[in-house]
Ligand binder design. Sequence first.
Ligand SMILES: Cc1cc2nc3c(=O)[nH]c(=O)nc-3n(C[C@H](O)[C@H](O)[C@H](O)COP(=O)(O)O)c2cc1C
Length: 193
Amino acid sequence: MDALDAIFSRRSTGRLTEPAPGGDDLQQILEAAAAAPDHGELRPFRFVLLTGVAKDAFGQVLAGAYLARCEAVGASPTPGQLTKERTRLGRAPLVLVVGAVHSDDEVIPWVEQQAAAQAAAENALIAATALGYGSMWRTGDPAYDQQVKGALGFGPHDAVVGFLYLGTVNEGGAKPPRRPDLDGLVTWWEPPA
Ligand SMILES: Cc1cc2nc3c(=O)[nH]c(=O)nc-3n(C[C@H](O)[C@H](O)[C@H](O)COP(=O)(O)O)c2cc1C
């Protein structure tokens, strides 16, 4: 699949099944991610992979973080949300967490370090699509939770830019490629008359 086909074919799939990318395919997805534009070559992106029992165990981290968030604002946790947190990562056989590690670089602002990690995430999705896998980029409260970030090995000043769910689209579940409507999105700038 060429690059444009992969870009237009990438569609988010909420629930993915085995097989997840592994071996050479996973290697290529990670290398594609790390090939993202990176101002100053700071290599701010980091990749954390969760599969199998690690995903189950991380569900406990997500549930614990949810309980702590509720406690912090004096809210009552709901059993439904608690179950949702515990089972979040069950939506795909492999979860690739993409983060940005903060640098106090004097030239490259933090927003651009995060942009490089976001570009890495998109590259990973496009590579996964080109290799025939389904994917979905998610964030939600866990991405911004210090407890969750810490459990993944990120510091308080780092950022999780996405939980990328990776796996295989169920037979018949593939969404068609699309060409987005550009109406209202593009202008050709001209100097003031
Ligand atoms: C930074 C970022 C975070 C996102 N987080 C979520 C999320 O937590 N839950 C969700 O349903 N969609 C989330 N999305 C949107 C989906 O990834 C997806 O783009 C959207 O559902 C449109 O589907 P498509 O990718 O097939 O166009 C996020 C997208 C981005 C770029």
